[in-house]
Design a protein around this ligand. Structure first.
Ligand SMILES: Cc1cc2nc3c(=O)[nH]c(=O)nc-3n(C[C@H](O)[C@H](O)[C@H](O)COP(=O)(O)O)c2cc1C
Length: 199
């Protein structure tokens, strides 16, 4: 039987969310008997019929619907755009009704992560926007418990709703120590929950 995996699925235009995905993957891979699968969604274009090349020019491969169906757990990442997930990620989620109809994600754990350029620009709100469709899919939401001291100590990103990064102009793709530790904790938590829920 193949090793179960946590799908780390994101959209990132300028690299901050992609950077977070690496640390979430590290957290997943710190757990035995499960692994991280990192994937991105393609951008959307103003001409909606345009089709992206199947292989991105850089970064993680594009996700397939089968990869989502077969995951043991999910970490969904997006930049905060006007306090909500970015359109390319929502566009992908809107193509998952076949998975919804077969209940393919029911009882699997899920979390979200985001990057935003202002401190109070909607980190939590964006995380919640990603939670909504996953609850419709029957997934089990997992935030970050306050046992992680970085949640108290952080002066940038990191919330009990999920990991976040404050991407100011001077530190756009550079995560703070607390942000990194919360990304890793989130990956580890989803991996551990995925194994427990699969049994
Ligand atoms: C269309 C658009 C809307 C944005 N809206 C917000 C916002 O509501 N709050 C915020 O703090 N940052 C906002 N930003 C900034 C991005 O969330 C931020 O730059 C993020 O780190 C980008 O992630 P990426 O590097 O993975 O692309 C917005 C950026 C764009 C392009």
């Amino acid at each position: 039987m193949s090793t179960p995996y946590v799908l780390i699925l994101f959209y990132s235009r300028h690299g901050s969310v992609s950077e977070m995905a690496k640390y979430i993957a590290r957290g997943v891979n710190s757990v035995n008997n499960i692994e991280a699968k990192v994937r991105q969604v393609p951008p959307v274009s103003e001409i909606s019929e345009a089709i992206a090349d199947p292989i991105p020019t850089d970064g993680a491969p594009y996700v397939t619907l089968d990869e989502l169906t077969d995951c043991a757990g999910l970490a969904l990442g997006s930049p905060s755009y006007f306090g909500a997930m970015a359109a390319p990620l929502k566009h992908f989620i809107d193509q998952t009704s076949t998975i919804w109809m077969t209940g393919g994600l029911i009882d699997k754990p899920a979390c979200a992560f985001t990057s935003a350029s202002s401190m109070h620009g909607g980190h939590e709100q964006c995380l919640q926007s990603m939670m909504t469709p996953l609850l419709h899919h029957g997934m089990i939401w997992a935030g970050l418990p306050y046992k992680h001291k970085a949640l108290i100590n952080t002066v940038t990103g990191g919330t009990p709703y999920g990991a976040s990064h404050l991407a100011t102009a001077t530190r756009e793709n550079t995560l703070s120590k607390d942000e990194i530790s919360l990304c890793e904790a989130q990956g580890k938590r989803i991996a551990e929950l995925a194994l427990k829920l699969a049994n």
